[in-house]
Design a protein around this ligand. Structure first.
Ligand code: WTA
Length: 652
């Protein structure tokens, strides 16, 4: 049992003895990583294979007007060769990927590194036959099937840049991303089974292609065998294309700073940004965090329940684990199908050693009762992890007791699409945990807390403010695709010479970090980032809507829910039907994750005399905390607030 004292949980001696790092080693390595980043990352960069070794390690600048981030810049490598070929001599027959399908009665697949090599090689040759060359973009719109990993690695093998669009996104969202990155090929599947239901993925892609510009081809994976129309000349079946190609495809020699992937993510303004990650530094960091943070050892079975459509899936289902020669699980289903025991059934069945999920999933399962988890044998578990949002104490306790049986360290990992890998986290054998805190920085990471208004660094141990990072780490995003200025404006303009995370944070007397949530107009719904501006622009695109404002509010399962205030066009009457129509509209514009949980029709929105919407007031009303609205004297029409309060949707 983990020792529990002074609000902290300590690893047992046994855990410490077997861990890659104990406290003394963490302290020494952290110290070196900060005092001598060149030496530290120069040494740890060797954990991956280079074609041409680097001679330069770090060349990074956060200086205003010159945001320039390069790691290992004169080295060359191939990421797919690191994730596949490099393991063939030593572990060719070891399972690389265990695929657990949606249907619990269908057989799981075990794909060895040898088999992975031939799948990736073939897939790469198919892409080449379709005209994909080094530097071209390929959009992947796939369910959680092994072909998603093959596709990623095939792109990496030939030097194409992949951009995965979560399969839950709508045709419009897909089209926008295909156009924004100028993709040559979109890879999709006939249908995506999830939770016992099939999403018509190919049909969605067809709809998207109505808005896709230029000559873009489609490559279709047969997943269910469902009947889907194929457009001659444009659409190709993967299995047909693969019939004529060889297994072997030589890996392209890539510069360390050549882009590996683009991943679109929501920000506080405008359209999603294409976050660009490059090859060398990203892989070093993803593999190193995977090893240390999950205390991964050879032969362990690792399971990250995220979708490859999010950064967590990129770094901790595919690149980190495979670079380490791990066995990684890909799960096609959902935690509650066929019942709330599915996660634990899969842990038991595959003897999972490290399990990594989001607090929202824990809360959802917790609500179904302990009987779904208690009947499974979870004794194989050695490390549990969480990601995506702060974990509340009740969910932490439940995870600790019912899943970890009070024996298993929980690592709470704070990071972002932009950071490529974990920045704040405990290490199982080194850092005692406090439920709800992401604890301490990973090697090479220098978190600072700034006073939000002045931008001054708060140097006392106890501090509260905005979380910034002082210097670069190898997996940092390099730019926004096609818009370096936006990169600087978003992350380096508010607080000069720092990377600004967008999160608020508190540091306690022990130097532990506690994330307090976003300080911008981004909300975190079930661990997924959603820009309120995106939902607003979807709403105002509807003909009945004059104006919309979207804010987050506390939601028991999702962490935050989406609360939309909508003002209708003159002559349009509010109704329950219209409310449903608008919800469906947002689903179809963006995807189910963006659907407002609560939608209030408002005769007007509270604005300042200069016309700026007072979001602070809208947030308070959405939180059902309208007694504390603060100063409303600057409002142009104070009476609209009374109406909003009277008709508020959240009365919990
Ligand atoms: C939030 C997901 C508290 C945070 C990897 C961040 C967290 C945003 C944690 C990034 C955590 C992520 N504790 N908050 N352990 N992990 N967040 O880009 O607000 O989808 O800025 O990356 O999620 O979300 P993203």
């Amino acid at each position: 049992m983990l020792d529990h004292r002074d609000g902290m949980y300590f690893p047992t001696e046994d855990i410490v003895r077997h861990a890659h790092a104990d406290r003394a080693k963490y302290d020494a390595m952290y110290k070196q990583s900060i005092e001598d980043p060149e030496g530290f990352w120069g040494e740890h960069g060797k954990r991956i294979d280079w074609i041409k070794p680097y001679t330069k390690v770090k060349n990074t600048s956060f200086a205003p007007g010159n945001i320039d981030i390069r790691w290992y810049e004169d080295g060359t490598l191939n990421v797919a060769a690191n994730c596949v070929d490099r393991h063939l001599a030593t572990r060719g027959d070891q399972t690389a990927i265990i695929w657990e399908p949606d249907d619990p009665n269908a057989e799981a697949q075990h794909i060895s590194y040898n088999q992975l090599a031939s799948h990736v090689g073939k897939f790469a040759n198919v892409l080449k036959d379709m005209g994909v060359e080094k530097g071209d973009r390929v959009v992947i719109y796939l369910p959680m099937i092994p072909q998603a990993a093959f596709a990623m690695l095939a792109c990496a093998r030939i030097g194409a840049i992949h951009s995965i669009v979560f399969a839950g996104f709508s045709p419009d969202a897909l089209a926008a991303r295909v156009n924004q990155c100028g993709a040559k090929v979109v890879i999709t599947a006939d249908e995506a089974p999830r939770g016992g239901r099939n999403t018509p993925l190919k049909t969605n892609a067809d709809k998207a292609f109505g808005k896709v510009e230029g000559d873009v081809k489609m490559l279709v994976v047969k997943r269910t065998g469902g009947d889907v129309p194929m457009e001659a000349g444009r659409d190709h079946w993967l299995h047909e294309m693969e019939a004529g190609v060889e297994d072997a495809c030589p890996p392209e020699e890539m510069g360390a700073e050549d882009p590996l992937f683009i991943l679109y993510t929501s920000g506080s303004t405008g359209q999603p940004k294409g976050v660009v990650h490059t090859s060398g530094g990203y892989l070093v960091y993803a593999s190193m965090t995977h090893q240390y943070v999950f205390d991964y050892h050879d032969g362990d079975i690792f399971w990250c329940t995220a979708d490859v459509g999010w950064v967590t899936g990129h770094s901790y289902i595919v690149y980190g684990p495979l670079a380490n020669g791990a066995t990684t699980i890909m799960f096609e289903g959902v935690p509650t199908y066929p019942d709330a025991g599915r996660f634990w059934e899969v842990c038991d069945k595959h003897k999972v050693n490290q399990f990594y999920t989001a607090p929202t999933a824990i809360r959802a399962l917790m609500g179904k009762g302990p009987e779904f988890v208690d009947k499974y044998d979870l004794s194989s578990l050695k490390v549990l992890g969480t990601v995506g949002e702060p974990i509340n104490p009740e969910a932490w306790d439940w995870y600790h007791k019912h899943v970890g049986h009070q024996n298993v360290p929980i690592v709470d990992t704070w990071w972002q699409t932009e950071t490529g890998g974990h920045l704040l986290t405990s290490l199982p054998g080194a850092i005692p945990t406090k439920p709800g805190s992401a604890t301490l920085p990973f090697f090479g990471v220098q978190p600072v807390i700034l006073e939000p208004q002045t931008g001054e660094e708060i140097t006392t141990t106890e501090a509260e403010g905005v979380l910034c990072i002082k210097d670069s780490w190898p997996a940092q995003m390099r730019t926004v695709w096609g818009d370096h200025e936006r990169f600087e404006k978003t992350y380096f303009a508010d607080y000069k010479n720092y990377y600004f995370s967008g999160d608020g944070c508190r540091r306690d007397a022990d130097g532990y970090y506690w994330i307090t949530g976003r300080v911008d107009d981004v909300i975190n719904v079930s661990g997924h980032r959603m820009g309120t501006a995106e939902v607003e622009s979807a709403l105002v695109a509807h003909e009945a809507v004059a104006e919309a404002a979207v804010v987050g509010y506390p939601h028991k399962i999702k962490g935050q829910g989406i609360y939309a205030y909508v003002t209708l066009m003159g002559g349009v009457e509010p109704s329950d039907e219209l409310r449903k129509e608008l919800e469906t509209w947002v689903r179809s514009e963006i995807g189910p994750i963006a659907k407002p949980d609560l939608l209030q029709f408002a005769p007007g929105l509270p604005k300042t005399r200069s016309g700026k919407i007072m979001r602070r007031i809208l947030r308070k009303i959405a939180e059902n905390d309208y007694g504390a609205l603060g100063d409303t004297s600057t409002l142009a029409e104070p009476e609209v607030v009374d109406d909003l309060i009277e008709n508020r949707m959240n009365r919990g």
